[in-house]
Design a protein around this ligand. Structure first.
Ligand SMILES: [Zn+2]
Length: 695
């Protein structure tokens, strides 16, 4: 009822030329670079805007489908590409806020909108008249005189429709709609449970002695966290990474480490109202049913068809090839740590909650290095300048701070990105500190994609979100080396979006197992000694990181790589196992996970931080389902690609230009061919094994 009313009033508002709608989301934005006017955007604007924008897209699509003229590339494919602009704009702003700065109102809207969006998308994807036009064009595409990019775009539309069920009969279409709707509701619920549990308190300390081993900065941050939660005089650790990881690394209290670790891995698995076990079993079953409807044996077969890996067998083989060397190295790491435990006179075997603590000790003992030595050199602003400089040296681009662009939170900063010749390239927003309305992890996305239809150049608006060490009352944000790499990583995704250089944004479909190449390759520059000297400056004195620390970092580069690789591979196997299921019975999630880990022979000292009930990558949306392996797949590519720079010059401008043109800006469906244009040959796994010390 309420929705119908919205539609009615909004329909009236938008009629009448020149009259701007009252709802800021539906208006033309006259801000600099047409950036979102966050100062004016209120939560209550979203629901009516969504409804209006869906109506608008529906009308556009109907007009295309029912065009009396026969289908042409222009009146069908290009027209579709240009449709839905309003909905795209509203969804992207909403997606950003709901992920990085959410509140109850936004979460309710997301719950309300999800099934409507699922239906809306299905209405388009399952529109027979529309699909008939696309199919006609696809069948005679050779005779259409298309450019290679247009050919790619047409193929993307055709396959997109087929894979969304356009070829199904009416009865199956109905079944598919029901599945999509239910899945969309389950994803929302998963995300909300996940956020609730990540913000939960992992541990409250009220005695000084329980702080044993924790560095001052960690203690202070925990005291501030307690204050913010009205627990003055105590110390609070949440299950957000910057809070619990330093605790695990430093706390001398073994029993407290166990509490915090278990609280973290058990998110979504506490048999309470936020429990995800039933939910994910249902998601997995629905995914099998959908895959079957569409003619695939498993969800993994369905997803992988359009990835570089092509099918589940290839992924399993790839993971298995890495598993043995990684496990061998992890066992060596266990032995190193157990030796320290024994030497300290303890009589326990290393457990999962001890790993972070004793790994730190190994690092100190073997490499005379610890987290606290490095942090003063990684002030956030310096690190960010560091990655900007790398981008400038490689591609000639510049990041210029802008203070006239509206933001959604005071922690957000904005930069204009310029080409070497001063041409405007796009806008970049950074939002790096945790807050209770922000989901965990780090990500890159955009408010607008690049496109250039008929000479109308649209510049991208890109943002990076992270959860890095927060400034405290007397210290700026001092990051860990992992956080530094993550910041470089996300900017790599950002560059991929900023460098888009195609007519149609829809032609830049990047396979999931390729998309981490642009990001991960940046991490290589983050750790390079020559680059470190330029940005790792002491936050008080401004002196560059001493050679001695650089050497230590270099020497320790294989440190803990067995653990990192095993933990990651275990999660990738788990993801594949959930999505290689062929039957639709609903599993006991805990039991299923246990079996999956037993099958690969995961050692008991390692418990992956990515467990089914909190595995947001694969259960909070379709995103990385059957795709978690992508990070290491792309790591083969990034190690191989970086090798090209190492062999010549870290800032080889010619290579960088080729990387930008062939890899970052592309609009082609043959990703491997693009890669070979840059590198000269297919990637080899050697550089990755060497980098991780697994060779
Ligand atoms: Zn990434």
């Amino acid at each position: 009822m309420k929705e119908a009313m919205y539609l009615f009033t909004l329909a009236i508002i938008t009629v009448g030329c020149g009259v701007q709608p009252e709802n800021v989301l539906l208006r033309e934005w006259d801000t600099p670079f047409r950036t979102p006017p966050f100062d004016e955007i209120k939560s209550e604007h979203f629901m009516p805007a969504f409804l209006e924008a869906m109506e608008a897209e529906k009308a556009e699509v109907e007009a295309i489908a029912n065009d009396e003229e026969g289908p042409t590339f222009k009146n069908t494919i290009e027209a579709l590409e240009e449709s839905g602009e309003l909905l795209d704009r509203v969804s992207r702003v909403f997606g950003c806020l709901n992920g990085a700065n959410t509140n109850d109102e936004l979460q309710n809207i997301s719950k309300e909108v999800a099934p409507l969006r699922a239906k809306h998308n299905d209405d388009i994807n399952l529109n027979e008249t529309l699909f008939a036009r696309i199919e006609q064009l696809y069948e005679k595409k050779e005779s259409l005189g298309l450019t290679p990019e247009q050919d790619t775009l047409l193929e993307n539309y055709f396959l997109g429709f087929v894979r969304s069920g356009a070829n199904l009969n009416d009865e199956d279409k109905d079944k598919l709609r029901k599945i999509n709707e239910e899945l969309s509701n389950l994803y929302v619920k998963f995300r909300q449970n996940h956020l609730k549990q990540t913000n939960a308190i992992g541990l409250v300390i009220d005695k000084d002695e329980d702080l044993a081993g924790l560095p001052d900065g960690v203690v202070q941050a925990a005291a501030e966290m307690a204050e913010a939660r009205d627990m003055e005089g105590k110390w609070v650790f949440t299950l957000q990474k910057p809070s619990f990881i330093p605790f695990l690394m430093n706390s001398k209290k073994r029993e407290l480490r166990e509490i915090v670790f278990k609280a973290y891995v058990n998110r979504g698995n506490n048999n309470d109202e936020f429990d995800n076990k039933k939910l994910i079993s249902r998601v997995a079953a629905l995914r099998v049913r959908r895959a079957n409807l569409l003619g695939y044996k498993t969800h993994a077969d369905y997803v992988l068809e359009r990835n570089m890996a092509e099918n589940p067998e290839n992924v399993y083989k790839f993971l298995n090839d890495l598993w043995k060397p990684a496990l061998r190295r992890a066992r060596m790491e266990v032995a190193d740590m157990q030796a320290i435990i024994d030497k300290e006179g303890h009589d326990f075997r290393l457990q999962a909650w001890d790993w972070w603590y004793y790994a730190e000790k190994v690092k100190k003992e073997k490499y005379a290095l610890d987290d606290a030595m490095l942090r003063p050199f990684f002030k956030m602003e310096n690190v960010r300048n560091g990655v900007f400089n790398v981008a400038e040296k490689l591609y000639g681009i510049k990041f210029v701070k802008r203070n006239d662009i509206q933001v959604y939170h005071r922690d957000v900063e904005v930069f204009e990105v310029l080409e070497a010749d001063g041409t405007h390239l796009g806008i970049f927003y950074s939002d790096y500190y945790p807050r209770s309305g922000k989901r965990s992890g780090a990500w890159s996305s955009s408010f607008r994609s690049q496109s250039n239809i008929e000479g109308n150049f649209i510049a991208p608006l890109v943002y990076n979100v992270g959860n890095f060490a927060k400034p405290t009352a007397d210290k700026p944000s001092l990051m860990s080396i992992d956080e530094v790499e993550t910041l470089f990583h996300e900017l790599g995704h950002g560059l991929n979006s900023l460098f888009g250089n195609t007519i149609y944004s829809g032609s830049r479909r990047v396979p999931r197992d390729f998309v981490e190449l642009p990001s991960q390759i940046m991490e290589n520059w983050a750790r390079d000694p020559a680059v470190l000297r330029t940005y790792a400056l002491h936050y008080r004195t401004g002196t560059p990181i001493p050679q001695e620390l650089i050497d230590k970092l270099e020497n320790s580069k294989h440190f803990n790589q067995g653990f990192m690789t095993v933990e990651y591979l275990a999660a990738s196997f788990l993801d594949m196992d959930w999505h290689a299921l062929t039957d639709t019975s609903e599993r006991d999630a805990a039991e299923f996970e246990k079996e999956s880990m037993e099958k690969i022979g995961l050692i008991s000292e390692i418990e992956s931080r990515y467990q089914s009930t909190n595995f947001g990558h694969i259960f909070s949306s379709g995103g990385y389902s059957s795709g978690y392996y992508s990070y290491i797949w792309a790591a083969v590519l990034d190690a191989d690609a970086f090798q090209a720079f190492k062999e010549t010059d870290l800032f080889n401008k010619e290579l960088a230009a080729s990387f930008r043109k062939n890899v970052l800006s592309m609009g082609s469906n043959d990703t491997m061919a693009q890669y070979i244009k840059f590198r000269g040959f297919e990637p080899k796994v050697d550089a990755l094994l060497k980098r991780r010390g697994l060779d």
